[in-house]
Design a binder for this molecule. Sequence first.
Ligand code: SAM
Ligand code: SF4
Ligand code: SF4
Length: 347
Amino acid sequence: MHERPENPPFLDSLQRPLRDLRISATDRCNLRCTYCMPREVFGREFVFLPHADLLRFEEIERIARQCVALGVCKIRLSGGEPLLRHGIERLVGMLAELRTEDGKPIELAMTSNGILLAKKARALKEAGLARLNISLDALDETIFHRMSGGNVPVAAVLDGIAAAQAAGLAPLKINTVVKRGVNENEILPLIRRFRHTGVIVRFIEFMDVGLTNGWLLDDVVAAHEILARIDAEYPLRPIAARYPGEVAKRWEFTDGGGEIGIIASVTRAFCHGCGRLRLSTDGKLFTCLFAGKGVELRGTLRARASDDELRQRIAAAWLGREDRYSQLRHAMTEAPARKIEMSYIGG
Ligand code: SAM
Ligand code: SF4
Ligand code: SF4
């Protein structure tokens, strides 16, 4: 883990420093997870972004470089499914070259559903990818299909995990979204499978992202419940965050079986430490996962703006940032009308 630079802290209106940039490399995906891109909405007739609207790698790198100049020290490639973006290794290679003000390499990470990893893990590692999170919601085939909205076998993801381990992408993290009545009984099987392997499983409360996943508070399995289920069979104790603002609460097995994480995005909002900026596939900058509107950068880039102009636009977006959606969620009666899909903005 890289140390986070102290200087210069570039703060938003709630005094939060800009630290992380998440880039959606594509809005397409080879799964249709019910909580993210449900098939009824993202079906055959759904129109994804045309290629000309996508930011080119050089454009992504230019934006990322300006963000790094403003304090970003960690970049995560996401989507959609980032491995579907043709030549993604080249983008990884370009971003891996970025250096912070004090000359340190940025921490370059990716979140993937793992399906194409068996083919790509080695190339990603060689290109400079440092960390990888792989999403896997169940080991049971039927439950996995219910969560992921298709019939891709679990084995495809497990092969991807094995390939990532073989390529030296460690420590590997597994992201598991928990949805009441669907996969909560998979929590313990996942724990058993990955204890003592060095792989860190992180359970995520089902969130009300976008407008299409039919979110109900009743579907959320709260962090304390997830924890109790695990602790009853494999006793846990809390461990310290690796850095301020880490979203997952960390726990370790008291018997030395490794660690787990729980991301309580619904029941324990972490907006106060949120330093994340998001870049959509078509070049809009969002200051919150739940933001309704982004700052258009593609037009700015294509109008031949200078690096200074680009940086000023990014800086203005961060300086004016007031987002704290999760903190306000409980006070809200209904979901706001213009939220953005996670596949488009980068999970
Ligand atoms: N396709 C890649 C994947 O699934 O890993 C990357 C993109 S995905 C949008 C990023 C992460 O967001 C995944 O771990 C996914 O489980 C999580 N996610 C998507 N929708 C969510 C929701 N409604 N609540 C909580 N997590 C969600
Ligand atoms: Fe695709 Fe990831 Fe969303 Fe699932 S969570 S539909 S794999 S983008
Ligand atoms: Fe950050 Fe917005 Fe999530 Fe709060 S709701 S943690 S501000 S992305």
